[in-house]
Design a binder for this molecule. Sequence first.
Ligand SMILES: [Zn+2]
Length: 209
Amino acid sequence: MILTPGVPGVAFGTIADGDGRTDLNAREAIAAELGISSDWALMNQVHGSRVVSVSTPGSVGEADGLATTVPMLALVAGTADCVPVGLVGDHSVAVVHAGWRGVASEIIVNAIDAIVGFRDHPHTAVIGPHIGPCCYEVGDDVVEAIGGYTSTTTWGTQSVDLAAAMRDQLGEIKTVHVGGCTRDDVRFASHRENGTKRRQVAVVWIPQD
Ligand SMILES: [Zn+2]
């Protein structure tokens, strides 16, 4: 697991850690390593913009973000190129899964709203391993959908920088980046690289004092 320096309660898995959403052995190992329960709050990700506030473990059904005020309750997303984000407030947290559709629909704003709904404010956002502008080749439709943020792949074609778009949507919230490009870095599953169904988990929780 990759921890976030200076931000306790936000961790990102690698291929080696397994997909703890579906693999219960992997889940137990991840939970033990992070010192959290293996009863996780989970969601069926659909590239939408719905963020659900939860107070108990289990699946919320279709959603792409979870938020909570319950200490030690792990909020979990799975990604393999999409952007995982941990949002941290004073007494609440959220996790978000966002590909270009999630960026286009500004799901991160819904996560911010969920935390504000807890009478809190997000002070830090942690953007985890995702496909970088070095590798995220896209057509004009995606550029248009996310409002620009164009870049160039290492092989010279049009790409977009999802994290740059996300940072703008986060506004004044301090942003930390963890991990590298999922397509370049062999530690991470990459759907673009080989169509894998494997995912790495993003785990976000409120540490106990
Ligand atoms: Zn790359």
